[in-house]
Design a binder for this molecule. Structure first.
Ligand code: XIL
Length: 336
């Protein structure tokens, strides 16, 4: 009898505690990652973490202009589709990134020449072909990415130089092509840059006053351990006050922002990073439920982070999974 009861107890314990708890179950909003299709297919550990840990997927690069529209008369959705298939196979939400940006623009677009009408037709065609292709598959789109400078002025780009009112037009065109998609304006570094933040709030007001469909704000959240808590909380609250859906769209927390080649990922840095992650999750969790689109990390493990590759910063450790795809201690802190 004793052994039977013991056996039942052990069984029950295994049912309730046998599985390591997951962040995606702890928080009742999507937890996402941007991914790279090559790593999904070549790296089993990467693939497993992507499958088990995340409920939302963003293409890190493969829905951007340069990759989906390499030539004026040619679209290439092959890699973006691979990501969509992966996400669908594993029942993940898909977030579209990004329709209009000044980086990763194909050469032919940068060299495009024509009058205003020709520029408009070109951009409209791009937005609508891509949005139609992924219609019904993506939940939302970062329609326009990074339009403002730190001083709040409109960033000089091929788009702002050649298409008057390009932001509003882009939202309109995207909405025509996929009326069900949640449409975001996405940007970085609003914290400590009140003029940039204000420019974004002004944009939202202006679009709303003109009945232009904008539904969400993406805060990229490429922050670091020195980012100021009050400034972060402030921009999160200001963004939420618009009433729009909020996405922390590209979260990573740099520990070695100055790229010190002698940097060691020591306890002090780990603790500072942990506290910053806790602040970000807490602030997000406090948003009204209907404004929570989710928190997306910018790739899966430290070794996949763009901060190492793009910024050539080998000693950077900005994510929740280490170089061996193991959860860092921070992960369990976020569970509590
Ligand atoms: C980055 C990717 O992570 C890199 O692989 C690529 O070389 C450059 O773009 N803001 C954005 C993202 O909106 O699209 C950027 O992604 C990071 C900054």
């Amino acid at each position: 009898m004793k052994t039977l009861i013991f056996g039942i107890l052990v069984g029950l314990t295994h049912i309730s505690y046998g599985q390591a708890p997951y962040l995606k179950d702890r928080y009742n909003f999507p937890i996402g990652a941007s991914i790279n299709p090559r790593l999904v297919s070549e790296n089993n550990a990467y693939r497993n973490v992507a499958i088990t840990e995340f409920t939302s997927i963003t293409a890190e690069n493969h829905m951007k202009m340069m990759l989906v529209h390499p030539e004026a008369n040619r679209f290439d959705f092959s890699k973006g589709d691979e990501i969509v298939t992966f996400a669908k196979d594993h029942k993940k939400r898909i977030h579209g990134h990004t329709l209009v940006w000044h980086n990763q623009v194909p050469k032919w677009m940068n060299e495009f020449s024509g009058d205003t009408q020709a520029w408009e037709n070109m951009l409209k065609n791009h937005i609508q072909e891509v949005a139609r292709h992924y219609k019904g598959q993506v939940a939302g789109w970062d329609v326009v990415n990074e339009s403002f400078l730190d001083d709040g002025s409109l960033r000089p780009t091929v788009w702002s130089k050649n298409i008057p009112d390009y932001i509003a037009k882009s939202f309109q065109w995207a909405h025509e092509a996929d009326p069900n998609a949640i449409l975001f304006y996405n940007d970085y570094g609003q914290d400590g840059k009140p003029k940039k933040m204000q420019a974004i709030l002004n944009l939202v007001k202006d679009l709303q006053a003109r009945n232009i469909p904008i539904h969400g704000l993406g805060l990229q959240m490429h922050i670091n351990i020195n980012s100021k808590n009050d400034e972060l909380v402030n921009v999160i609250n200001q963004s939420a006050k618009t009433g729009l859906t909020i996405h922390f769209s590209e979260l990573d927390i740099a520990v070695n922002p100055k790229n010190d080649s002698m940097f060691v990922y020591h306890e002090t840095a780990k603790k500072a990073q942990q506290e910053k992650f806790e602040l970000v999750f807490k602030a997000y969790q406090e948003l009204p439920k209907h404004q929570q689109y989710g928190i997306t990390f910018w790739n899966v493990s430290d070794r996949d982070s763009w901060l190492r590759g793009y910024f050539k910063r080998p000693k950077e450790y900005p994510l929740l999974f280490d170089d061996t795809y193991t959860r860092k201690p921070i992960y369990s802190k976020l569970l509590n």
